[in-house]
Design a binder for this molecule. Structure first.
Ligand SMILES: Cc1cc2nc3c(=O)[nH]c(=O)nc-3n(C[C@H](O)[C@H](O)[C@H](O)COP(=O)(O)OP(=O)(O)OC[C@H]3O[C@@H](n4cnc5c(N)ncnc54)[C@H](O)[C@@H]3O)c2cc1C
Ligand SMILES: NC(=O)c1ccc[n+]([C@@H]2O[C@H](COP(=O)([O-])OP(=O)(O)OC[C@H]3O[C@@H](n4cnc5c(N)ncnc54)[C@H](O)[C@@H]3O)[C@@H](O)[C@H]2O)c1
Length: 466
């Protein structure tokens, strides 16, 4: 083996946490390198969060304009220019790339574009994108290689060249009839966006409800909202085979409770979950073990089974959100500096960026039940929040779980306008350990959506005396 180049910290994959760690350590004087095969800045700004939310926003504008007459604005016939939608998204990505390159330059961290694989403990060989190889070692090594879209094992799906989120975000035409496999995060977000651009859309979900991890009442409301916009949702159906070619004519045969059913469409999007990018990168050469699901085995401190090697983000089995990968960075940063931060004491919120969005922090009702945690539950329909009188955003509801033993807020779910922003207020109260009545009695601005927190928490029953 030829002489390796040595770094204080070597990071494989420019994921969301890894790049922040690189910039931080380099600014602190360390010699740092990041190896990235494709996306400067990782998947979030290139093919995931930012581009999807960018196109979802374009779709929202289309929706508002299409419904403008209801609010007294006569806009005339509406036409969607998908090439412009895509271009706007690309301009944002280009700004992101420039931002990231500048952060590498100013921090002093080296970005090496190529595919990396371990060839020995703490040693990575990089097949450079421009040709040639480099051999790198690090005192500390961090793996932040992310995941890719799973393609289910359905006969005909490979030949059909189904879209993943990556190709779907590159379309410069409006699919006549988009078939969406999967009624999870990507499925519902993209289904609604394409419906608003003008596609006919069918969601195909084998589970009994959309958004399988949510309470049934939340999933039912999501179903009602999407169905009202004209999206067809097929629940409890199993795709058996696929025929044809996405972008042309494609059909999916489904096994249903009442026999087989064939759905014909023009394009097929697959959104059935993620597979960690941990295969074929030589982890076994470096003593880095995987768990049974292919994720890197880590401690709560994000240490792998190899001394001096850490893992961050989705490849480490962390919840699949950018803000979690960012928090993984903070944990590794502090633990590298001798601290003792853990992943198991954090509150992980999330937002599904449908319109209205779905947000949750803490326990759902189902989780509380399964964990045997006694709770008091209150709900408030969005139509009872005064602001929605003005905006007509009356869909959805808020739900809060308060401990039956004390007055701590244990969970908050909202499907409704500004759900993510309202949730952040509840999350803050939860982090501060505020008894629910403090938030209930807070003076919250009239006429905001958050004003609904008062009446919502006012619906919590008093604690029963034993
Ligand atoms: C369509 C979509 C929308 C999403 N929307 C949201 C959202 O709104 N909010 C949210 O919080 N989360 C969202 N997510 C999830 C979020 O994007 C991810 O959780 C987050 O990007 C994970 O980051 P990570 O740090 O694990 O890795 P990533 O950001 O995925 O980075 C891993 C990097 O490693 C590189 N890599 C892999 N293997 C190698 C190798 N061998 N050599 C060199 N480089 C390698 C990859 O090219 C990639 O750039 C979305 C995901 C998708 C797919
Ligand atoms: N707003 C956000 O934060 C956001 C947005 C997009 C993605 N993400 C992250 O990315 C992850 C991946 O998203 P996703 O939508 O691919 O996965 P998901 O896990 O959210 O949903 C996958 C869905 O596909 C269904 N499914 C499984 N096998 C299937 C099959 N053969 N045919 C049809 N459906 C099938 C599952 O029952 C499930 O409902 C999410 O879990 C989330 O963490 C987050």
């Amino acid at each position: 083996m030829y002489n390796p180049e040595h770094f204080d910290t070597l990071i494989l994959g420019s994921g969301q946490g890894g790049k922040l760690l690189a910039w931080h350590l380099a600014r602190s004087g360390q010699k740092v390198a990041v190896v990235e095969r494709r996306w400067v800045g990782g998947s979030c700004p290139a093919v995931a969060c930012l581009p999807s939310k960018n196109e979802i926003w374009s779709a929202r504008v289309a929706h508002v304009v299409q419904n403008a007459a209801q609010f007294g604005t006569i806009a005339g016939p509406v036409k969607i220019d998908m090439a412009r939608v895509r271009q706007r998204k690309q301009e944002m990505i280009d700004r992101e790339i420039a931002f990231h390159l500048n952060a590498y330059k100013t921090s002093g961290a080296e970005l090496i574009m190529g595919s990396g694989r371990f060839v020995a403990p703490k040693t990575i060989e990089v097949a450079l994108n421009d040709g040639g190889t480099r051999l790198l070692t690090g005192n500390e090594v961090v793996v932040n290689v992310g995941s890719h879209a799973a393609i289910p094992n359905i006969p005909g799906i490979e030949a059909a060249r189904a879209l993943t989120h990556i190709e779907a975000l590159e379309l410069d035409y409006i699919p006549a009839h988009l078939l969406v496999l999967g009624g999870g995060y990507i499925g519902v977000e993209m289904a609604q966006a394409y419906r608003r651009f003008g596609s006919r859309v069918t969601i195909i979900e084998p589970g009994p409800q959309l958004m399988g991890r949510e309470d049934a009442d939340v999933a039912k409301e999501m179903l009602r909202i999407l169905t009202n916009e004209g999206i067809d949702v097929l629940l409890g159906v199993e795709p058996a085979n696929v025929r044809g070619l996405s972008g042309d004519e494609v059909s999916v045969t489904l096994r249903t409770a009442v026999g087989e059913q064939r759905i014909d469409g023009s394009d097929l999007l697959v959104a059935v979950g993620r597979i960690p990018n941990t295969a074929d990168i030589g982890l076994e050469q470096a003593g880095i073990e995987l768990n049974g699901r292919g994720f890197i085995r880590v401690t709560e401190r994000l240490e792998t089974t190899a001394p001096g090697v850490w893992a961050i983000g989705e490849c480490a089995g962390s919840p699949q959100f950018t803000h979690v990968s960012v928090d993984d960075f903070r944990i590794v940063r502090d633990n590298m500096a001798g601290g003792n931060r853990r992943t198991d004491d954090r509150l992980v919120p999330y937002v599904v960026f449908t319109d209205p969005p779905l947000a949750r922090v803490g326990l759902s009702e189902g989780e509380a039940q399964r964990q045997g945690i006694a709770v008091r539950v209150a709900t408030l329909p969005m139509s009872n929040v005064l602001r929605t009188e003005a905006t007509e955003e009356t869909e959805g509801f808020m739900k809060v779980l308060v401990s039956a033993e004390d007055d701590r807020i244990l969970g908050f779910t909202m499907i409704g306008s500004e759900a993510g922003e309202v949730m952040a207020a509840v999350q803050t109260a939860m982090l501060g350990g505020l008894p629910y009545a403090r938030l209930r009695d807070a003076v919250i601005v009239h006429l905001t959506i958050a004003e609904g927190l008062g009446p919502l928490l006012g619906n919590i029953a008093p604690r029963s005396r034993r």
